[in-house]
Design a protein around this ligand. Structure first.
Ligand SMILES: [Zn+2]
Length: 169
C-alpha cells in the first residue's frame, strides 16, 4: 500500500497501511498516525517520548464508493513527562480525527451543508452519513453560523451564453 492509497484517502495526518476486503464486501482501511505533531500533549504541547500503550479506534468517514468502508486506526497513548503539566497521558490526535471523536472532521463538516444547501432534514442527513442526531444538529448550527456571519455573495445576472447552454448542438 503506502503513498497512493494514502493520497486517495486524502485524510491528513494518517497513512493507509493496507486495505482489507471483508466477506460482506466491506473494505476495511488500516490506518496509522503519520504526523509527528499528533504526539504533542494537548495540554502543554510538549511532544511525548514514552509510549504508554496501544489504542485502537474505528472513526467513521464519509461514504465512498458503492461498498461500505470502515477505518481501523491504530494509535498510541503517550505519557506526558512535562512536570508542570497536569495531564498524565494522552492519545495521538490529528485534526481530521480528533481524540475522542467518533467520526472524521470532514464527515461532521459534510452534515451542515447537506441541510443548509441541499435542504436535507436532520434525520435524513444523519441517516445518509451514519451520524447521530445531536452530531448532525451541531454541524448544522456551525454551518449556519458560517453563512449568517459572512457577507452575501453577489449574484450576477445570467448572460446570453448561459441561458443558451444546452440548446446548441
Ligand atoms: Zn502535557
Amino acid at each position: 500500500m503506502g503513498n497512493d492509497t494514502t493520497l486517495l484517502l486524502g485524510l491528513d495526518g494518517v497513512s493507509v497501511v493496507r486495505v482489507e476486503s471483508l466477506a460482506d464486501g466491506t473494505r476495511r482501511v488500516h490506518l496509522i498516525t503519520a504526523d509527528e505533531a499528533a504526539r504533542a500533549c494537548p495540554s502543554c504541547e510538549v511532544v511525548g517520548s514514552q509510549v504508554k500503550g496501544p489504542a485502537v479506534t474505528w472513526p467513521r468517514d464519509l461514504p465512498y464508493g458503492e461498498r461500505k468502508w470502515e477505518f481501523f486506526r491504530r494509535k498510541r497513548r503517550w505519557w506526558c513527562r512535562e512536570p508542570k503539566c497536569s495531564r498524565k497521558s494522552f492519545t495521538e490526535s490529528v485534526a481530521q480525527i480528533p481524540a475522542g471523536a467518533r467520526g472524521t472532521t470532514r464527515l461532521r463538516q459534510a452534515a451542515g451543508p447537506r441541510m443548509r444547501d441541499a435542504g436535507s432534514t436532520v434525520v435524513q442527513a444523519a441517516r445518509d452519513l451514519h451520524l447521530s442526531w445531536p452530531t448532525v444538529m451541531d454541524a448544522f448550527r456551525t454551518s449556519a453560523r458560517e453563512v449568517t456571519g459572512a457577507p452575501l455573495p453577489e449574484v450576477d445576472v445570467l448572460g446570453i451564453d448561459e441561458t443558451r447552454r444546452g440548446k446548441t448542438k
